[in-house]
Ligand binder design. Structure first.
Ligand code: PGA
Length: 244
């Protein structure tokens, strides 16, 4: 079922006191609605804090990454089984910042998605082209290459994914894709997902989503919600996006 979903990606921001205030405002401001889910993906050390604050609320929580490995000598990594212990419903995989700065390849992203799903966590698989790729006219081939790697890795489990289209040039830049640009890529992704028997996957848009542009983006046929970075750090802004 194509549920509506808005996910906050806090990135490497926060602190115990600031999180407590933000989580408090979110829980008092969001009344769950059927078919619409709100979640926050927090840095690993704050998963326990998110779990404590959100367990009795309609807001879900998750991580911003997950290891493709199950356990063992992988210093600095966190396994999907560990995320399950902290009640995570989601794990972002393949965020462009991980691909750019930490060398996550298409294959690694696929393996991370597979590890998350195997543990019962919904992988939010991110795809998106750079500005140079868009200008070279390769947007479609780039996002499909990234999506195909995930689909290959998760095989029959694809319907359990969430996919996020995040054009790299729109992330944190204040430059949002137009609803037309976003819808065009979403339609391409939807077609590929349908062919893989996963047409009902929720497709999120991410990249400078704000309260004042969320409604027109989310109104488009194949956009089921958003992955929100900067604007997820302010409760009023994030809640306004969730309501849109
Ligand atoms: P942004 O980030 O909303 O700050 O552009 C989105 C993301 O990176 O997930």
């Amino acid at each position: 079922m194509r549920g509506k979903l808005v996910v906050g990606n806090w990135k490497m921001n926060g602190g115990l006191a600031a999180n407590a205030a933000l989580l408090g405002e979110l829980t008092s401001g969001w009344i769950g609605t059927q078919g619409r889910e709100v979640a926050v993906c927090v840095p690993y050390p704050y998963l326990m804090q998110a779990q404590a604050a959100l367990a009795a609320t309609p807001i879900a929580w998750g991580a911003q990454d997950v290891s493709e490995h199950a356990a063992g000598a992988y210093t600095g990594e966190v396994s999907a089984a560990m995320l399950v212990e902290f009640g995570c419903r989601y794990a972002i995989v393949g965020h462009s910042e991980r691909r750019q700065h930490f060398g996550d390849t298409d294959e690694v992203v696929g393996a991370k998605a597979r590890a998350a799903l195997a543990a019962g966590i919904t992988a939010i698989a991110c795809v998106g082209e750079t500005l140079a790729e868009r200008e070279a006219g390769t947007t479609e081939s780039v996002v499909l290459r990234q999506l195909d790697a995930v689909l290959r890795a998760v095989a029959g489990e694809a319907p359990k994914l969430v996919v996020a289209y995040e054009p790299v040039w729109a992330i944190g830049t204040g430059r949002t894709a137009t609803p037309e640009q976003a819808q065009e890529v979403h339609a391409t992704l939807r077609q590929r997902l349908r062919a893989a028997g996963a047409g009902t996957v929720s497709l999120l848009y991410g990249g400078s989503v704000k309260a004042d542009n969320a409604k027109t983006l989310f109104a488009r046929e194949d956009i089921d919600g958003g992955l929100i970075g900067g604007a997820s750090l302010k409760a009023s802004e994030f809640l306004a996006i969730a309501r849109a």
